[in-house]
Design a protein around this ligand. Structure first.
Ligand SMILES: Cc1ncc(COP(=O)(O)O)c(C=O)c1O
Length: 350
């Protein structure tokens, strides 16, 4: 079936481009001499995660337990959870995963570590732990090398936890002194640094420079190496490097310079930045806005004429957000449908 014969809006992933992106990032990290750990938040699909692992990813990263469960039940192992796991329901689920998978979690407080330790101990499992250090991400993470050392010592003493090292996000060279001091403190105290994990697509080189053992990248599956090579025109959106697109249908042509398509806020989430996406069939068409159920396209820049029923394929600027909105994801090669996936990772926010 051709992708234009799908009911719309339809999320389509071009497998040739996806596989190229996965290969290229793996080769990039191999060239740098840093281990890649693929982040699955971007695609939420166990088969894509397996392709990442086959290309050289050391295990996977998840941020939500729901994603980790979906990955683990589909055979993926060595899962790093870069999120504070808090609350009785969640620590139970984590301990359950640790029964049959190697699990490592990040923590930034004794409260988080204690909750996990208590449940792991009750269930007779071991959970690996990385201390999260804030490197100006202003999100989670302890705020100083001394605080990282103190928490690592506490974690070492908690039952059923195994200290495995350090984690930070993003990987920034400006944080080098802080990271060096933390590494020195860990080394002097004999604290494990089996893993030092950095992250962020486009910052693989920085992780290497900072002396990290591994780098977590996620969005590269959808963006290719655009952040490394510098985005060109239209924020680097192009069918050659962006495998994910959304096929939409023109549902109205209200004026000579306006079209309305059935891709909307509920299809694309909110595009975070201009130019809001590239329309593959006619780059002179500009997405001028989205409302809840309608997509607004400015057609004043094109000579072509459009009619109700025409198909327009959009590469959105925020592909990860799109992945999380749709029940079905279509895989295609050369615009022919290969497989329609039930998107099991969708909405796994817990
Ligand atoms: C903790 C953590 N690691 C790694 C990443 C990967 O970043 P990217 O999607 O830019 O590859 C993210 C992205 O949000 C993150 O939050």
């Amino acid at each position: 079936m051709h992708i234009y014969d799908l009911d719309t809006p339809a999320v389509v992933i071009d497998l040739d481009v996806l596989e190229k992106n996965i290969e290229e990032m793996a080769a990039h990290c191999r060239g740098l001499g840093i281990t890649l750990r693929g982040h699955t938040k971007s695609h939420k699909n166990p088969e894509i995660a397996k392709t990442q692992v086959a290309a050289g990813s050391q295990g996977i990263v998840c941020q939500k337990l729901g994603d980790a469960e979906n990955m683990a039940k589909n055979g993926l192992d060595d899962v790093l959870m870069t999120y504070n796991i808090v609350g009785r329901q969640k620590v139970r689920r984590l301990a359950e995963l640790a029964r049959f998978r190697r699990m490592t979690v990040t923590v930034d407080s004794l409260a988080v570590a204690s909750g996990i330790s208590e449940q792991a101990n009750l269930d007779g499992v071991t959970v690996g732990v990385l201390i999260e250090l804030d490197t100006d991400g202003n999100r989670t993470g302890v705020l100083s090398p001394a605080a990282a050392e103190e928490l690592a010592v506490q974690v070492q003493e908690l039952p059923s936890l195994e200290l495995r090292g350090l984690m930070t996000y993003p990987s920034r060279l400006s944080s080098k002194p802080v990271i060096q001091e933390t590494v020195e403190r860990f080394t002097n105290r004999g604290l494990s640094l089996e893993i030092i994990s950095g992250g962020g697509t486009g910052e693989e080189w920085e992780s290497k420079e900072l002396g990290f053992t591994e780098h977590r990248s996620g969005s590269y599956v959808y963006e290719g190496l655009s952040r490394i090579q510098g985005a060109q025109g239209n924020d680097g959106l192009s069918p050659e490097r962006c495998p994910l697109s959304v096929v939409t249908t023109v549902v109205s042509v209200p004026t000579a310079d306006r079209l309305v398509v059935d891709g909307s806020m509920k299809t694309f989430q909110l595009f975070p930045t201009m130019p809001w996406g590239l329309i593959i069939e006619d780059p002179n068409l500009k997405f001028s806005g989205i409302s809840v159920e309608h997509g607004h396209v400015d057609s004043s820049g094109t000579d072509r004429k459009y009619s109700v029923g025409d198909k327009l394929t959009v590469i959105p600027t925020y592909q990860e957000g799109v992945t999380n909105l749709h029940d079905e994801i279509v895989w295609a090669r050369n615009d022919e449908v290969v497989r329609i996936w039930r998107n099991e990772g969708r909405g796994k926010v817990r």
